[in-house]
Design a protein. Structure first.
Length: 362
């Protein structure tokens, strides 16, 4: 099995989480050889903490090195697009934290650059890789639940002013968005993976919890391509962190309710199944249980599958199209909320929001 030499770019808490819950469990697959940050002190501290042999402060020098196979980008959001495209142009394989970039136009440019490169890109949506969610998705995709009726998704978390003392947070120019882009994007990705394409959106958003530029409260009503309806609620002002996903179908209801410390792990079990009778519930539960638990979950499982896909040439477990889909939802939510209109998806390339969802001048 080929061990890939990997460089982590950006030495903040996200990079630390990737290492602690991901790469440290996969040392036979990845040699984290270098960590890179413009702040040399920060890079040195990160390297010392995790036993990484080398540090670098110059990203261009890093991607020019022939001994680096993979670059994992954990920098603030506004840096994702230039770093992904530069790394691809240098022939590197790339793992990129969410959000992929700041517009559908730039997402499409990344897709085009990847096609010209010998390298490939995998966006990060580690929330997908928990047994509970994978079992629920298997059940939904089996068709046993029948016609979809309605869904509700709630991301009710909390962020205090202390959180926004990090200079790039809370600003459109650097964070690119608020609760819809930084927190709820994970939960909405799970929902999209279960429910399928969206055809139209109505929404409201507001900044009510903290003194920041970006939104920290939002609600939306959706019509799905399947004909089903859905609601999204997101806030950073909940005194009890809670994540809830509920999907109602013709033959059953699937639900995950996660609170407190569990709120950031909605893909874990238990995902509950409800049916009109015991026989139907047994049938639906048996279908879910066809998915066996994996040794790894979350970051470790996504990175493990990334390695396998590089070796086989198969698609990554999270694709650029998946990341683009999440950005199209965000674009639609901003367009609907700021223009008080019902927005139809998909967006055309001549729509003004194709170039970005952030307000003009931000």
């Amino acid at each position: 099995m080929t061990q890939l030499r990997l460089a982590i770019v950006g030495c903040g808490w996200v990079a630390g989480t990737q290492y602690e819950t991901g790469y440290s469990h996969l040392q036979e697959l990845f040699d984290v050889a270098v960590c890179c940050d413009v702040d040399a002190v920060k890079a040195d501290a990160f390297a010392k903490k995790y036993g990484i042999a080398e540090t670098e402060t110059d990203f261009e020098k890093l991607i020019a090195r022939p001994d680096i196979d993979v670059v994992s980008i954990c920098t603030p959001p506004m840096l994702h697009f230039p770093m992904v495209t530069q790394a691809l142009t240098a022939g590197k394989n790339v793992i990129c934290e969410k959000p992929l970039t700041s517009s559908l136009a730039l997402a499409d440019e990344i897709i085009a650059v990847e096609k010209r490169s010998r390298g490939r890109v995998m966006p990060v949506f580690q929330y997908r890789f928990g047994t509970g969610f994978l079992r629920a998705r298997h059940l939904v995709r089996s068709g046993l639940l029948g016609k979809p009726y309605i869904a509700s998704v709630e991301t009710a978390w909390r962020r205090t002013p202390e959180y926004y003392k990090v200079p790039w947070r809370g600003k459109f120019a650097t964070e690119l968005g608020g609760v819809l882009l930084t927190q709820a994007i994970h939960i909405h990705d799970l929902f999209l993976d279960l429910a399928g394409p969206i055809s139209s959106i109505a929404a409201f958003k507001a900044t009510r919890v903290n003194t920041i530029e970006v939104e920290d409260c939002a609600v939306a009503s959706l019509r799905l391509a399947s004909g089903a309806l859905a609601t999204l609620t997101a806030t950073l002002g909940s005194m009890r962190p809670t994540t809830r996903i509920r999907l109602c179908f013709e033959r059953g209801t699937v639900e995950r309710l996660a609170s407190d410390q569990d709120a950031i792990y909605p893909a874990r079990e238990p995902w509950e199944v409800y049916a009109a009778d015991d026989a139907t519930k047994a049938e639906l539960t048996a279908k879910m249980n066809e998915i066996e638990p994996s040794k790894h979950s979350f970051f470790a499982r996504q990175f493990e599958l990334f390695h396998a896909a590089l070796q086989s040439g198969d698609p990554f477990p999270v694709t650029l199209q998946d990341a683009r889909r999440s950005l199209e939802l965000i674009t639609g939510l901003f367009q609907a909320a700021e223009n008080d209109e019902i927005v139809s998806l998909p967006f055309s390339t001549d729509h003004p929001r194709y170039q970005g969802w952030a307000p003009a001048g931000s």
